[in-house]
Design a protein. Structure first.
Length: 752
């Protein structure tokens, strides 16, 4: 390395190590990295803790992208992540060159479309601060048309090591397999050294020694191994079945001596348990032997791996055993819980469900879902309890949870397994959150259920969100104030511009947007919507369900709509700069665009979108209005009663509404009547039944547009809008308290 470059690289590495975090460091050192490597561009990939892929976290300006690349021999970054060694290629378009490196290796030319340039030479180096590769740096196009040299590979490796040190901190990765146990005080360094010596002498694995001699649980060992390998840990599960298709030509003795076994999957995608995912030689052997298109490695303890192999479909009696087995069978497993992460066909799934959880459990889950639907629940919560107590089932009704029933503790695990099977989740994984969806039919009514599982100290909790296909609510039923209704109708009558409905999750944004769409849904208008999920269907709308796994996200759907001659476009949510930017451009080219955003108020939304990087001039020109809303519980009409408000209650309402505007309500202290509910059978004794909306509507007047252009503060925008007639969510709530629709307690829960 020449002296000039050496000084540059040394300074560069010091700068990386001195920085706070990579998101702020990489933009600053981008030019120095390109200069040190004499390259046109580069991408930095981070390894995901799922162990399946690397994902781009930074790219030079000439490369677009959030790119996800599997850890496999089919791509240049993927094979470098697996092999953990740098790789320089003279011409990525030369198929013979790639085949000589590995017979699976191919170059994805679509990369160039994202980069917007022609790529020839490439260098990829592992981001590896220690034994585990935490990512990959992919560098392309040597300046002057040359090729990347061995010296460049050394420089890239050194830079990758420095970046890896930052990854290690940000990913909370440890430098040794059992370092986490030392960090948490479960072991001292001297204790660990003693146990490791004992393991070497006896031939028993370190995890087994730690469990037997140090009282460390398998869960604690799993966490420690995950922190080091950045790969999911899998403990032994009696009911996981080894896929015979994958091991039919592989001797059990070979898998035992090499300490790996496929635990689920098929020739398309297989999941492999191994004691050391960083052993590149064994990893490459596994890929070659199994011949699966996609491999996901999980880390396990050697004794568990041997137990799986000895139970494989073609286990040969009397085969040589691996390390001494000192683990007992998992006595905590009550009912059978299925066969891991493989995807099974419907017939096989039905049979397996019957075998694994029993008809009584299937009926119990169906009963819980049916009862939740009948009760009008939006969500069903299954909450495990401490010390083997019964599992509690709660329904969220009108925004509040209430207990519905209890499940005996000996059935709870099987109920969770049944729900996981329905949602095609990994039933062998009980230590990590998972999410999915499934479909059910109750009384001929089709339901979509969004399923989320979250491990707790007492066991796995499950939440099911009930999504029922329904018709749009008429706009008159939104319970808006006269001013808000008039201005909303005026806004959506415009031929082009942006109208946003904002608020937290579950605040009724989609219901409001569909009510608005229903108002303007006429044969003369072509209306396209992109939603996730499609909860409300309307005749006359072109509704699209997004699928992020196949690349159909809000941004790509919006682009396709612009080629489909639309008049009105509704996008489920503005989640990123790309979607927001395209929406603004669409509104400026003659389309009415509607969408939602997760913000606290109408004025907050403007600042949030400007933070996305949207041009304030274009945004101010495009914006028509922003409707912020919340849902508040309403008093039960059957048991609510009126009473004369006292002076303290009058002053409280006046304070919350604001002295400067309160008189516009025409309410005096004398004669003010409020309402209270005592609870009855109709409302389940709660005093509340149903919900209604609280709204604040910011209209984009010329004065508001001027503030947006000047990047004014939230308070300046809010104050001007209030002076022009906007009333806040709190003020709208006070109005509905005075009308007897709700009470101040409920308003204060959702408004500030």
């Amino acid at each position: 390395m020449n002296e000039i470059k050496n000084d540059l690289v040394t300074k560069l590495i010091k700068q990386i190590r001195a920085g706070d975090n990579l998101s702020s460091i990489l933009p600053k050192v981008k030019d120095s990295i390109l200069q040190a490597l004499g390259a046109q561009g580069f991408i930095v990939y981070e390894r995901k803790s799922s162990g399946e892929a690397i994902v781009s976290i930074f790219a030079t300006a000439s490369v677009s992208g959030d790119t996800r690349i599997p850890l496999s021999t089919h791509s240049i970054p993927g094979i470098v992540a697996l092999a953990q060694k740098p790789l320089a290629i003279k011409d990525v378009h030369n198929a013979d060159t790639l085949t000589k490196i590995h017979h699976n290796l191919k170059y994805d030319a679509s990369f160039e479309k994202g980069a917007g340039l022609k790529i020839k030479s490439m260098l990829a180096a592992p981001i590896k601060p220690g034994a585990v590769t935490l990512g990959v740096m992919q560098v392309f196009n040597k300046k002057g048309g040359g090729v990347f040299s061995k010296q460049d590979m050394q420089v890239a490796t050194a830079i990758g090591e420095a970046i890896g040190e930052k990854f290690q901190v940000e990913l909370k990765a440890t430098k040794a397999p059992y370092e986490h146990l030392i960090q948490t005080g479960r072991l001292t360094a001297m204790d660990l050294e003693k146990y490791e010596r004992s393991a070497r002498k006896t031939g028993v694995s370190v995890p087994s020694i730690l469990m037997k001699s140090a009282g460390i649980s398998i869960e604690e060992i799993g966490i420690s191994l995950e922190r080091f390998y950045l790969t999911p840990f899998m403990a032994y599960d009696t009911y996981v079945r080894i896929p015979g298709e994958l091991v039919e030509n592989i001797k059990n003795s070979y898998m035992i001596s090499n300490c790996w076994v496929p635990v689920s999957g098929d020739r398309d995608k297989a999941f492999v348990l191994i004691d050391d995912p960083t052993d590149i030689h064994r990893v490459m052997e596994v890929e070659s032997l199994l011949g699966a298109k996609h491999l996901t490695f999980m880390v396990g303890v050697p004794e568990d791996i041997v137990r799986y192999i000895e139970r494989s479909p073609r286990s040969e009696p009397g085969e040589k055993r691996g390390p001494s087995v000192i683990l007992e069978d998992d006595a905590s497993v009550g009912e059978k819980t299925g066969a891991g992460v493989m995807t099974i066909g419907k017939q096989a799934a039905d049979k397996k469900e019957s075998d694994d959880v029993g008809k009584d459990v299937i009926q119990l889950v169906d009963k819980i879902i049916a009862l939740g639907l009948k009760s009008g629940a939006s969500d069903i919560h299954l909450q495990t309890a401490k010390g083997g107590a019964d599992c509690i089932v709660r329904f969220r009704i009108d925004g509040a949870c209430r207990q519905a029933m209890k499940i005996p503790s000996d059935k709870a695990r099987s109920v969770v397994a049944r729900i996981k099977i329905m949602a095609k989740l990994d039933i062998s994984e009980r230590r990590k959150p998972q999410d999915g969806k499934c479909y059910s039919t109750v009384n001929d009514k089709s339901l979509e259920l969004r399923v989320a599982t979250v491990p707790t100290v007492n066991g796995e909790n499950v939440v099911l969100r009930i999504l029922t296909s329904s018709k749009p609510l008429p706009i008159a039923k939104l319970n808006m104030s006269n001013r808000n209704m008039k201005e909303t109708i005026n806004i959506v009558s415009h031929p082009h511009g942006i109208f946003l409905v904002v608020g937290p999750t579950g605040s009724g944004k989609t219901t409001t947007l569909h009510a608005v769409l229903g108002h303007i849904n006429t044969p003369e208008r072509v209306i396209w919507t992109a939603e996730d999920p499609v909860e409300i269907t309307q005749e006359g709308l072109n509704q699209v369900q997004t699928h992020s796994k196949i690349g159909l996200n809000f941004a790509s759907a919006l682009r396709s709509f612009l080629r489909a001659d639309p008049d009105v476009i509704m996008i489920g949510e503005m989640r990123d700069n790309e979607t927001a930017q395209i929406a603004v451009e669409a509104s400026l080219t003659g389309h009415l665009v509607m969408s939602t955003l997760h913000t606290n108020s109408a004025a907050d939304t403007i600042i949030r979108l400007l933070d996305f990087g949207i041009d304030p001039i274009n945004f101010s020109d495009a914006l028509l209005g922003i409707l912020a809303q919340r849902l508040v519980r309403t008093l039960c009409p059957k048991c609510k009663k009126s009473y004369d408000a006292n002076q303290e209650e009058y002053q409280l309402l006046r304070k919350y509404y604001g002295d400067e505007h309160f008189d516009e309500l025409g309410v005096k202290n004398e004669g003010l009547r409020l309402y209270v509910s005592s609870g009855c059978e109709e409302c389940g004794g709660t005093g509340y039944k149903g919900r209604t909306g609280l709204h604040e509507l910011l209209v984009a007047t010329p004065e508001i547009k001027n503030l947006i252009y000047k990047r004014a503060s939230v308070s300046q925008i809010r104050d001007l809008s209030v002076s022009q007639g906007m009333r806040t969510i709190m003020q709208d709530g006070i109005l509905k308290v005075i009308k007897g629709q709700t009470d101040i307690t409920q308003v204060r829960k959702v408004a500030v």
